[in-house]
Structures are given as structure tokens and as C-alpha cells.
Design a protein around this ligand. Structure first.
Ligand code: PMP
Length: 362
């Protein structure tokens, strides 16, 4: 069977090697006569996968020893609530930088739980850009600062992060974690749903500095208190064991590709190819994000008019391209080119875009 050119925004393409590996041992994991899904989460076989994924993520992202790595459930969306529950105390404010729909959703949850304000926003520019670092505002009441490192829907990405060190920076990195090297020690907490660069849906990775655990209120529900998951090493209750197994395979694949440095280079090549295709089309394709803020993961663009856009999506689908329709809230087109999307798929898309342009030149 031929695999499609998968540009889905998430869940999204997984490395074919990983899928082959999982398939080969699906029924009989390491000659144990059962699937990894059928093992107890307290078994030594599962424990090895659980610990291995944790160690490999630490190695790949060079996570310092004073940080914890957690595997949680509830998606990035549950983190929107857990963060203010754990870290936003009376008399403090959550400082939110708004750069798109996901940061708005994070803010909305925090507003239900405590006092917040918006210290930076590009909403007035339809989220086409990331605010300049020197325009961001802080207050001495900040419990934390929250930002979304890559805006999956609007196709923008923070290239540099604030170095402000009066309150911890918390980042939703759902759609670009593992795509580039990161100054982890600039953050108090990083979280990411797995279903883009890390694996299948079902597990959420949280990287948190140990000193963040100091002032968590005691009355929180057990499952919503980060300390529970730190104390029990993400095994307080049954973890999503198959998703974590898949995560461990994706991390191993990332390592065999040469780690983050090499992945970053591969991503840069794919990103350049697509944006060059857009920019050399003399306005036939127009990128929706401002150039300096363009995402290396989600390439968003428009065509001249609704009809051409529909035709583009229709013809693309016939050629085996999947997931090119923009998010329903903004329309247009979007190609998500996460780590597992091969350069060949991006080349095929670039060729298709050029052919389509010549055919429908207006
Ligand atoms: N944040 C970002 C940046 C996202 O792209 C998404 C999902 N696409 C979410 C949060 C929500 O993630 P989840 O569905 O895992 O709750």
C-alpha cells in the first residue's frame, strides 16, 4: 500500500520506521507472547519503556537535573487548567501572551480560577505575528508568564523567548517540541500534547522545574496536583502505556536521525522549500504569517479566492495529499510539516503547488 503525503496538524504523520517497528512486535512483544498493550503498567517490561522514554527525552532536549519530566493525560487542554490551579495564588496574576486561539483558550481557563491579565498580544493584527520581546509587559504580581511557542492554527512561532526572570515562564510547546534545541532553563514549565512531534495522541509531556512545586495549595484534587505525578513518577494511576511505548519509539527514531541538531536542519530544509515555493509564486500563494514570525511547523497560506482554494484542495486530495485545509476558524490552507513528515513529501507538495499555479495562472 502506498502511504499518503500526510500534512495533518495533529494527530499527524508518524515516522514509517516507528510504525513498522510497532507492527512487528504488536502481537508478541520481545518474545513474551503478548502485546505491550496487554502488560501490567507495574510490570518490569513496561517500567523499562516508561523510564527509557523519560531518559531519552531528557537526553534529546538536554533537560537539566533540576527538572522533572512527567507523562500525563487530558491533553494540553488539561494543562490550561492545571497550571493556574497549581501556581496561581490569591494576590497574584497569571500573565498571558496572546498569539492565537490556543493561548486564548489557556487564558480562558485561568480566568475561571484566578486573576489574569494580557501582557502582550497580536490579536489586533489577526495573530499574524509574534509580539516583539521588548513590548511585553510584566508586573511584580505575576505568578507566571504563559506563552504558546508555536501557533498551530495561525502558523506563527516564537523564535526567541523572553529572558525575564522575575517569574517562571510557562510554555505550551504542543506543536513544536522536539523540532529545535531549546533553552530549557529559561522555563519553569513546558507542556505538550504528544500528537504532533512526539507520538500518537493520549499522552501529554510536562517538563517542570522542581522549585515550581514549592507553593502548590494542598486542597487540589489528587490527579490535578503536579506533586502526585512527580512523587509517583507518572505512575500514580494507569498511564496510557501504549502511547508512551510509541513515544519511546519516536524518541529512539529521533536519536537515530542524529538528535535535535539534525532534526532541526532537516526541518529548516523543508520549511525553506515550502516558503520559497510560496514567495516565488508572485502572489498566487500568499503566506498568512509575517515573515519574521513564520512557523517552521505549520505553513499557512492563501490562494487568490475561495473557488481556486477549493479546487486546490480538491486536486491535492486526488494526488494523495492529506490535511491541507486550514483550521476551520481561519480557513485558507495549512501544511503541517512536523519532524516525521519526510522531505520527499514536502518536495511533492512544492511540485504540486507549482504545477497547480501554472495550470491556473491568473
Ligand atoms: N496547544 C496547541 C498549540 C495545540 O496545537 C493544541 C492542539 N492542536 C492544543 C494546545 C490542544 O491540545 P490537546 O488536544 O492535546 O488538548
Amino acid at each position: 500500500m502506498e502511504r499518503r503525503y500526510n500534512f495533518n496538524a495533529g494527530p499527524s504523520a508518524l515516522p514509517q520506521d516507528v510504525l513498522n517497528h510497532a507492527q512487528a512486535e504488536l502481537l508478541n512483544y520481545q518474545q513474551q507472547g503478548m502485546s505491550i498493550m496487554e502488560f501490567s503498567h507495574r510490570s518490569k517490561e513496561y517500567q523499562k519503556i516508561h523510564d527509557g522514554a523519560n531518559e531519552l527525552l531528557r537526553e534529546l532536549l538536554q533537560i537539566p537535573d533540576d527538572y522533572e519530566v512527567l507523562f500525563l493525560q487530558g491533553g494540553a487542554s488539561l494543562q490550561f487548567s492545571m497550571i493556574p490551579m497549581n501556581f496561581l495564588q490569591t494576590g497574584q496574576q497569571g500573565n498571558y501572551f496572546l498569539t492565537g486561539s490556543w493561548s486564548q483558550k489557556a487564558l480562558k481557563e485561568a480566568q475561571k480560577l484566578g486573576d489574569t491579565y494580557v501582557g502582550g498580544s497580536s490579536e489586533q493584527d489577526d495573530f499574524k505575528r509574534i509580539p516583539e520581546l521588548d513590548t511585553l509587559q510584566y508586573s511584580n504580581k505575576d505568578a507566571y508568564v504563559h506563552l504558546t511557542s508555536n501557533n498551530t492554527i495561525h502558523g506563527t512561532q516564537w523564535k526567541e523567548f523572553p529572558k525575564h526572570n522575575h517569574s517562571p515562564i510557562i510554555a505550551d510547546m504542543s506543536s513544536d517540541i522536539l523540532s529545535r534545541s531549546l533553552p530549557i532553563d529559561q522555563f519553569g514549565l513546558i507542556y505538550a500534547g504528544a500528537q504532533k512531534n512526539l507520538g500518537p495522541a493520549g499522552v501529554t509531556v510536562v517538563i517542570l522545574k522542581k522549585d515550581m512545586l514549592k507553593n502548590i495549595p494542598n486542597q487540589l484534587p489528587t490527579m490535578l496536583d503536579y506533586r502526585t505525578h512527580v512523587d509517583k513518577k507518572s505512575l500514580y494511576n494507569t498511564p496510557p502505556s501504549f502511547a508512551i511505548y510509541m513515544l519511546s519509539l519516536v524518541l529512539e527514531w529521533t536519536k537515530t536521525k542524529g538528535g535535535i541538531k539534525e532534526i532541526e536542519k532537516m526541518n529548516a530544509e523543508k520549511t525553506k522549500l515550502l516558503y520559497d515555493t510560496i514567495d516565488s509564486s508572485k502572489g498566487f500563494y500568499s503566506g498568512t504569517a509575517e515573515t519574521a514570525s513564520r512557523s517552521s511547523m505549520n505553513v499557512t497560506f492563501n490562494l487568490p479566492g475561495k473557488e481556486l482554494e477549493e479546487l486546490f484542495l480538491h486536486e491535492a486530495a486526488e494526488e494523495g495529499f492529506v490535511g491541507l485545509k486550514g483550521h476551520r476558524s481561519v480557513g485558507g490552507c495549512r501544511a503541517s510539516i512536523y519532524n516525521a513528515v519526510p522531505l520527499e513529501s514536502v518536495r511533492a507538495l512544492s511540485d504540486f503547488m507549482q504545477t497547480f499555479h501554472h495550470k491556473h495562472n491568473i
